[in-house]
Write a protein that binds this ligand. Structure first.
Ligand SMILES: Nc1nc2c(c(=O)[nH]1)N[C@H]1C(S)=C(S)[C@@H](COP(=O)(O)OP(=O)(O)OC[C@H]3O[C@@H](n4cnc5c(=O)[nH]c(N)nc54)[C@H](O)[C@@H]3O)O[C@H]1N2
Ligand SMILES: Nc1nc2c(c(=O)[nH]1)N[C@H]1C(S)=C(S)[C@@H](COP(=O)(O)OP(=O)(O)OC[C@H]3O[C@@H](n4cnc5c(=O)[nH]c(N)nc54)[C@H](O)[C@@H]3O)O[C@H]1N2
Ligand SMILES: [Mo]
Length: 772
């Protein structure tokens, strides 16, 4: 399993490495596809620069001294997608009924261009027709005013700025609800819950500096080349220092194997590339708890031996004594758990896990990066707790070069929580908001994404306000939730582009076109800037540079201020106009609510590299129940309770992203890294499983979810692609496979849907039913 350990090595050019010419070609392709004029493509030079805009793609950190091209293939595509010369004007909507548009492919809906003017659904003609902003705000305000706030849901996709998000949560709470679900409910909520329990803060503790001080990095279930490619810069620098990287991932992901840096002329001109992963362990899907326990068991075993022999200890005994709770029980568990069980569930040998443990014990400072491969499981929270256990054994937190690194998705998803987007009242500073703004915030728990859709199916939700997002595509059980969504009294969509959730609309429905943050945002007081928090907890300013897509689009803060004004009227003490005219006032209020992190916000927002949020765990201060970092004894070794392990026909489906998509936004039907083109309806499966199931490359299958709740969940027309993936595990694309994911198949503590572990059967091959 181990790769060559040398930092850079020469070999035949590998067609699917991350970065390199392939990626430049891919960027040029998207710029051309979107007809982005050359002048506009120079906008890319301002991407992730201290005086420019924060990329609208992923949330990876923005360095203080950026590269000339501080963007990646994904970010450039996301930028081109927003800068597109194509427009969806009211005239377009006059020509097409909603029923007609429903027949369009999701890709084509967004590809048709930017929304230019506010629209209201007209039932008589079945069309979205132009409406004035004033009329739209008045009508929505009146509609919301007539509804029970507890039946209204305010969703946020993770892109909106800190300013917008702070205004949005205040609006919802003044209106009377904590129903503030966000994209993190389907994403890193397992981290928010698990890290909070373990270290007293629901976020990672590392910053970019730590990359320079680390001795070893792990990657669990995160696909850096596709989903956070700018991070490859730091990884490559670390590899050049000889820092090993150990990856746990069921798929052999080309983007985790090797990297070609488009900014290094030498690497671009010669077929040299850097090996990313020095050990690559193809853990079985859902086998991470077992794998991590195996590493921990090997460490404890080595430490027990060191005690016997009077050698120096392998555990950080001082850290464990001073800073942690629960170690004895965890150590007992490790001594008792059997290697057979670990090997069976992880799908890895004892030798593999001991090899990882050896490397771990040699390193003084270790970072663990992880992503959806860990969080989107029934055991997602437990997986995160196990990572913390592993770090605690050798004091790998709160010291340079060490700590947990949940690699976040959307560009401001972490920041939104920091400024109050949460359905959990205990996570929002409600007393502070009450005194600051003179109102009585609701104290009851609101609904997260899964709960909102459970309630919607039961007819208990009347309206949804969507600040971005495409929920009918991104949530589980699409076929069950679409009819419920259509029964809504009202759906309001603040969006840049048309998507399926606007077409499967409520009885009354509005589309409110907003500026992208790449664009210049001018308000009464002049040009505005906004801010975000990146994955490493650093907060940055962002200023748009491109010309707005339409003179009739409005900024998100503007739209939220107007919605709040028209809905709340006299009930609100906030001077929304003042906030809308100058976002610096919003920042002053954020600073007042959260002084530890945001003091002098307006002055500090342009700090190169961002300013760090307040984070006690970085200083080894633990805001947990016990006041210590908490070890956790696992409830089980990690089996998915919904997975019929002993049924030889069952397969475990993970749903993934390609480099040509951003979540539900599909740029192209290709997956350059995995070597798939022109089709996303594919299933990656091992050759052994193909044989076992009598399948050939190119066969088309129908998958059905294994569940006994009376619903038949099927997806047909999936093409078989042989791939290097463990037996019993298969992979398909998100969102195409979402009809297979049951709404109740989620991590119990965080309610993150188990999108990486859906139990399925093959029920048809090339149109012929299979016996089951
Ligand atoms: N280009 C691009 N960039 C994006 C996005 C995008 O759609 N496109 N989306 C953004 C968002 S919102 C997010 S949350 C992030 C997501 O970024 P990631 O966290 O990387 O998420 P995924 O692409 O879903 O895939 C996760 C990886 O986990 C592996 N995996 C699956 N199951 C398991 C398992 O049981 N164990 C282990 N160890 N690994 C497993 C898969 O093989 C895959 O490599 O990316 C963000 N960046
Ligand atoms: N099966 C499966 N399901 C999953 C996942 C998975 O891995 N597998 N991943 C989950 C994850 S990690 C996430 S984060 C969710 C994402 O779920 P969502 O938040 O619902 O989806 P997105 O695709 O990010 O939202 C895209 C839409 O946002 C709008 N938009 C884009 N930019 C802007 C902007 O600047 N402002 C506004 N107001 N709107 C904008 C556009 O109209 C676009 O169509 O999906 C989840 N669902
Ligand atoms: Mo995400």
């Amino acid at each position: 399993m181990a790769e060559s350990d040398s930092g850079a090595r020469k070999s035949a050019a590998y067609p699917y490495s991350s970065g390199g010419w392939g990626s430049l070609r891919a960027v040029a392709g998207v710029l051309a596809q979107e007809k982005v004029p050359l002048k506009k493509s120079s906008v890319l030079l301002k991407q992730n620069k201290p005086d420019g805009f924060a990329c609208v793609s992923c949330s990876w950190a923005k360095p203080a001294d950026p590269h000339v091209f501080e963007f990646c293939e994904s970010g450039a595509k996301a930028t081109a997608w927003d800068l597109t010369a194509k427009r969806m004007t009211p005239q377009f909507f006059e020509l097409h009924t909603v029923t007609q548009l429903c027949a369009w492919h999701d890709h084509d809906l967004e590809e048709a261009g930017r929304l230019t003017a506010p629209l209201r659904y007209d039932a008589d003609t079945d069309k979205y027709l132009s409406v004035s902003w004033e009329e739209a705000f008045e009508e929505i305000g009146r509609e919301l005013g007539a509804l029970d706030p507890k039946r209204v849901v305010f969703y946020t996709s993770g892109r909106a700025s800190l300013e917008t998000s702070y205004m949005y949560q205040l609006f919802a709470r003044m209106y009377g609800t904590n129903n503030l679900p966000d994209s993190s409910n389907m994403c890193h909520e397992s981290s928010s819950v698990g890290l909070k329990e373990a270290i007293g803060a629901g976020v990672g503790t590392i910053t970019l500096d730590d990359f320079e001080k680390t001795d070893l990095m792990f990657f669990f279930g995160q696909n850096v080349g596709t989903n956070s490619p700018r991070m490859l810069h730091q990884l490559q620098d670390a590899r050049k220092r000889g820092v090993p990287i150990i990856t746990f991932n069921p798929l052999r992901e080309p983007g985790l194997l090797q990297f070609v840096n488009p900014q290094s002329p030498v690497e671009m001109l010669t077929p040299a590339h850097t090996v990313i992963s020095t050990q690559y362990h193809q853990v079985k899907t859902g086998g991470d708890t077992a794998a991590i326990l195996g590493i921990c068991k090997a460490v404890i075993h080595a430490d027990d031996r060191a005690i016997e022999r009077g050698e120096s200890r392998l555990l950080d005994v001082d850290f464990i004594e001073q800073h942690t709770a629960g170690f004895p029980a965890f150590a007992e568990y490790l001594r008792a758990v059997s290697w057979d069980d670990i090997e069976r569930v992880a799908g890895l040998s004892r030798g593999d896990l001991e090899a990882a443990a050896e490397e771990y014990m040699r390193a003084n400072a270790v970072i663990i990066h992880y992503g959806m491969g860990l969080t989107q499981h029934r055991q997602g929270v437990q997986n995160v707790r196990m990572l913390c256990n592993l770090l605690f054994l050798r004091g790998n937190i709160g010291k340079p070069g060490a700590g947990p690194s949940p690699v976040r998705g959307h560009s401001n998803v972490q920041g939104q929580r920091t400024v109050g987007i949460t359905e959990k009242p205990e996570l929002a500073p409600l007393d502070k908001l009450a005194s600051q703004f003179g109102f009585d915030p609701p104290r009851d728990k609101g609904m997260n994404v899964v709960e909102a859709f459970e309630a919607m199916i039961e007819g208990k939700v009347s309206a949804v306000v969507n600040l971005g997002g495409n929920l009918v595509r991104s949530v589980p059980d699409r076929l069950r939730i679409e009819p419920a969504w259509q029964n809504l009294t009202l759906s309001v969509n603040v969006a840049t582009k048309l998507n399926r959730s606007h077409l499967i609309h409520g009885k009354k429905s509005y589309i409110l076109p907003c500026l992208s943050r790449i664009e210049v945002d001018t308000q009464a007081s002049g040009a505005q800037a906004v801010s975000m928090e990146d994955s490493t907890g650093c907060i940055h300013g962002s200023r748009g540079v491109a010309e707005p897509a339409s003179a009739d689009a409005r900024s998100e803060p503007f739209i939220i201020a107007e919605l709040a004004k028209h809905t709340l009227g006299e009930r609100s003490t906030i001077d929304w106009d003042r906030w809308r005219n100058d976002y610096a006032h919003v920042r002053d209020h954020i600073a007042e609510t959260y002084p530890e992190t945001f003091h002098d916000f307006n002055a500090r927002m342009w700090t190169p590299g961002g300013f760090p949020r307040a984070l006690p765990a970085r200083e080894r201060k633990w805001q947990t129940k016990s006041g210590k970092a908490e070890f956790c004894v696992p409830e089980s070794i990690g089996e998915d309770p919904d997975m019929p392990e002993r049924d030889p026909r069952s397969l475990r489906l993970m749903t993934l992203r390609s480099d040509s998509q951003f979540n539900t936004t599909i740029y192209k039907l290709d997956d350059r890294f995995r070597g798939i083109s022109g089709n996303r309806m594919v299933i990656l499966i091992s050759k052994g499983d193909m044989e076992r199931h009598g399948l050939a490359k190119g066969d088309h299958i129908t998958l059905q979810t294994i569940a006994e709740d009376g619903f038949e969940r099927r997806v047909a027309g999936l093409r078989i692609e042989p791939y290097d993936i463990p037996a019993g595990c298969i992979a398909g694309y998100y969102p195409e496979c979402n009809p297979l994911l049951p709404l109740w198949h989620y991590a119990k503590e965080s309610k993150v849907p188990g999108a990486k572990s859906i139990p399925v059967h093959i029920v048809e091959v090339n149109g012929t039913p299979r016996d089951r």
